[in-house]
Design a protein. Structure first.
Length: 468
């Protein structure tokens, strides 16, 4: 046998026994935050059928598992109370890995489309309110952020791109501003480390964020290729595959969601899809009680649909989503801009839900006032609201967004007066026998009615008639 052939054979044999690098999934990297006082999975890749051991610096024992035939492995570890910094060590027979500067605290995932994705920089010619002040106050070692890179795929992925970063004036410029502001307030309130995971993509409808199994169970077709989708992020299940599946199961406290603008053309479908998406994500995390707090879209002069119907769909869906909360921002929209500039008020109202429902601060109001009942007397309608224990207010401004209709289904602008007792009286002298009432039920409005705690009343209607 020639020396050349022998060298080639030796090289081939040597190549065949090279060990796969022991790696943790990209979420498990320096500067990360783990969910405190919990039992969370840690996963990664190694040689097939290889024992892998994982240990946090806060505990004494190693947790062991054997990788599968594809080299994938997952092990569960007990996390410590809030604190740090810690390390996570991982080893196999032939390799080692370490994650440094790990904090234990509260972890939330924020997702959606452009209003969730928008950073402190804003969009072209569309600023964020108080952007410079937010940047000046950004440095905080107790807040860590990771943004999952945009990725539309046809099948669920094992890995994603993203890097944990400490909150600073530099890092938050490229992170969801709502997510960051939520984390900042939460960290201040709880005085523990907070980690935020962002998975969002502007212009995305809800269908791409749902798994194939979920969509097909609803008789919604999922493509096997992108031939009919020049914009891949619009393909059903594509963003779930590329930006949710790789992080599914990571230890978190709950979800924040701001999306819906791209579904304004089919509100009835959205009303069905949103509760199913929540079930889908909770199933992916193997926890059907994870909090899901979402933002009702802001009023805007949509060219391709009636925003009031989409807001109504989100309101109806809320009743079908347990362990959820809906943020109302009828007062925060901009008529000719789909990206409201006041992101602080959105983050603040999300925090109200988290503090009340997740962290037990019951004195902090979060529920929006909702029509409970009404009676008609002498041509006037007396409306009663729930979730408004101290009544309603317009902050001494005129109330102009009510309309009433009689049996002819013609709506007239209504006068509205907050009564001496709880409730609101609305009427129009041209409607002698009102049978239906609407409040702010148009694409573009500027909300003007609140609970005395400052939570806006969502637009609503008592009829189910066709809406232009």
């Amino acid at each position: 046998m020639s020396r050349f052939i022998l060298l080639c054979i030796t090289g081939i044999l040597s190549f065949s026994v090279v060990h796969a690098e022991l790696k943790l999934a990209s979420l498990f990297s320096d500067n990360m935050v783990i969910q405190r006082d919990s039992y969370v999975p840690v996963w990664g890749f190694a040689d097939p059928m290889t024992e892998v051991a994982v240990r946090g610096s806060w505990c004494k024992q190693w947790s062991r598992v054997t990788s599968d035939s594809a080299g994938k492995w997952k092990v569960y570890i007990k996390t410590p109370p809030a604190g740090g910094p810690f390390s996570i060590w991982c080893k196999s027979k032939s390799d080692k890995a370490e994650v440094r500067n790990v904090l234990s605290g509260e972890v939330w995932l924020c997702g959606g489309q452009s209003n969730m994705e928008m950073t402190v920089r804003g969009s072209l010619n569309q600023p964020v309110l108080h952007a410079n002040d937010i940047l000046m106050d950004a440095d905080n070692e107790q807040i860590r952020l990771i943004r999952i890179a945009r990725n539309a795929q046809l099948i669920p992925q094992d890995t994603c791109r993203g890097q944990w970063k400490t909150a600073s004036s530099v890092s938050i410029r490229y992170f969801s501003l709502i997510g960051y502001l939520f984390a900042k307030t939460l960290q201040k309130q709880l005085k523990v480390p907070v980690g935020m995971i962002e998975t969002s993509w502007g212009g995305s409808a809800i269908q791409p964020w749902m798994s194939r199994e979920c969509l097909e169970s609803m008789n919604i077709s999922v493509p096997n290729d992108f031939r009919n989708f020049k914009v891949h992020r619009r393909a059903p299940s594509s963003l779930y595959n590329g930006m949710v599946a790789p992080i599914a199961g990571f230890g978190i406290r709950g979800f924040l969601w701001y999306q819906g603008e791209s579904n304004v053309g089919d509100p009835d479908l959205y009303r069905r899809l949103l509760p199913e998406m929540v079930k889908d994500w909770r199933k992916s995390w193997n926890n059907d009680t994870l909090p899901f707090y979402y933002v009702q879209v802001a009023p805007y002069d949509y060219p391709n649909g009636n925003g009031a119907l989409l807001r109504e769909a989100q309101l109806k869906a809320y009743k079908d989503i347990p362990y959820s909360g809906m943020v109302v921002i009828t007062d925060a929209g901009i008529e000719k801009c789909i990206h409201p500039s006041n992101k602080s008020i959105v983050a603040k109202r999300l925090i109200y839900w988290a503090m009340n429902r997740t962290y037990g601060k019951r004195a902090i109001a979060c529920d929006f006032p909702e029509l409970d009942s009404y009676v008609v007397k002498d041509g006037k309608m007396l409306l009663q609201f729930k979730n408004a224990p101290n009544g309603l207010t317009s902050y001494n401004k005129p109330i102009t967004l009510f309309e009433v209709a009689g049996e002819d289904r013609v709506f007239y602008p209504a006068k509205a007066v907050i009564g001496k007792e709880k409730g609101i009286v609305v009427w129009n002298d041209q409607v002698k026998n009102p049978v239906a009432v609407r409040y702010g039920f148009r694409s573009w409005i500027k909300g003007e009615l609140y609970s005395t705690e400052g939570i806006p009343v969502p637009s609503f209607r008592t009829d189910n008639w066709n809406v232009e």
